[in-house]
Design a protein around this ligand. Structure first.
Ligand code: 25A
Ligand code: L14
Length: 338
């Protein structure tokens, strides 16, 4: 019999947790026991995995006995409290929240960029922020070729990043606007339907200089994953009325010239990156076509002649998959492959 692993999913009823289960299934990950954990509210609910029904259990301090791999996506405060219990039980925790990302003792991993960092873990491996993951996947081959000096990124982020209830809010509010009815918001501070909101997350978290913490995450996490503090990064993160798939306008300045042809060649040769770049044929990455895909898509590649050497790119990926669940499962796959 081949080896299997006991796996826990924390936040199993959430938008990311459900994708974690689907991804384990799609990848045929060798799951032995599966333990689905969520808040008290969800305890007793049922969920399907590989044709079998599982009951959601309430997350508790002793939930991790016998667990080898614990996938966390129930928010930063839950991870801060419960990841240590998972580690104490002998599990490796792969944490999708911001709780441990900048901890110098915790590797922050995108398997296409810094896979060897996985094996430096002391029980915790952090999964980066969704917007950062898809960007560094594209930056890495360009940095290796031409050394990136500066990055200016603007994001166009889907509402699913804010969870299931945010998706529901976009749909219900859109319907209400079309029917000229009142809608009482509970997630976003302003109407998201037919609008763009330059503030992620939607509450709390404003840092020095007026940057949101999503913007600061992109700046700090990029340097840590790329292992290069010299890359200057600035970001503006925007929520758009898209259900799934983050889009990004990425402008980079490099030390060496990268022609459009060379950029396409480097990116086409990069694992899990797909170049869609033929504007005459209306071919460029789109949120709706990236949804449900594991890859990251790049197009609209142009040289920027306002600096000595620069490029503009449009980068799209499914925020719930490469941005969260798939990157976490990919780390688990590398971990068990050794
Ligand atoms: O920035 P942070 O701090 O790192 O935050 C990360 C959070 O961002 C989301 C994700 O939320 C994560 O929790 N996220 C989205 N994309 C991400 C990405 N790429 C991402 N995070 C990282 N990277 P989410 O909505 O996907 O998932 C939330 C899950 O967390 C569970 N949870 C919440 N509190 C918990 C808990 N689990 C254990 N203990 C706790 N105390 C949550 O489970 C969900 O699975 P749940 O049991 O609350 O299930 C949701 C069900 O309950 C309903 N419901 C929700 N809130 C209420 C409620 N019902 C009544 N009252 C409420 N207040 C829901 O409708 C659903 O049925
Ligand atoms: O840091 O709301 O992983 O789109 C991912 C989802 C931050 C917020 C993270 C969103 C979160 C983001």
């Amino acid at each position: 019999m081949s080896k299997t692993y006991s796996v826990a999913v924390v936040g199993a009823t959430g938008a990311v947790g459900q994708e974690m289960m689907r991804t384990l299934e799609r990848r045929n990950f060798p799951v032995g026991e599966l333990r689905l954990l969520a808040s008290e509210r969800s305890a007793g609910k049922k969920a399907m995995f590989k044709g079998k029904e599982y009951t959601i259990q309430e997350l508790k301090e002793d939930s991790f006995e016998g667990i080898q791999i614990a996938l966390f996506s129930a928010g930063g405060s839950i991870s801060k409290k419960f990841v240590p219990y998972a580690v104490k039980s002998g599990a490796v925790a792969i944490d999708n929240t911001s709780a441990f990302r900048m901890d110098p003792n915790v590797p922050l991993v995108v398997p296409e960029v810094n896979p060897s960092d996985i094996f430096k873990n002391k029980g915790i491996i952090a999964n980066p922020n969704c917007s950062t993951i898809q960007m560094v996947q594209v930056l890495k081959p360009l940095h290796d070729f031409a050394k990136i000096k500066r990055v200016v990124v603007s994001t166009y982020q889907a509402v699913s990043g804010a969870g299931m209830k945010a998706m529901e809010e976009l749909l219900k509010e859109t319907e209400a606007v079309l029917q000229k009815k009142e809608y009482k918001r509970s997630i976003f501070p302003h109407q998201i339907a037919f609008n763009a909101l330059p503030r992620i997350p939607q509450s709390g978290g404003i840092e020095e200089g007026g940057y949101t913490n999503e913007e600061v995450k992109m700046i700090k996490e990029t340097k840590k994953i790329m292992g290069d503090n010299s890359i200057a990064v600035t970001a503006t993160c925007v929520r758009v009325p898209v259900l799934r798939g983050h889009s990004e306008s990425v402008n980079i300045e490099t030390e060496k010239r990268v022609t459009v042809e060379k950029a396409r060649e480097l990116l086409a040769a990069t694992e899990n990156v797909i170049v869609q770049d033929d504007i005459e044929k209306e071919l460029y990455p789109l949120a709706i076509t990236s949804a449900d895909k594991f890859e990251t898509f790049v197009g609209r590649i142009r040289e920027d002649d306002t600096v000595k050497y620069g490029l503009n790119l449009w980068v799209v990926s499914d925020n719930l998959l490469k941005g969260a669940a798939w990157n976490a499962v990919q780390i688990a796959e590398k971990l068990i492959a050794g």
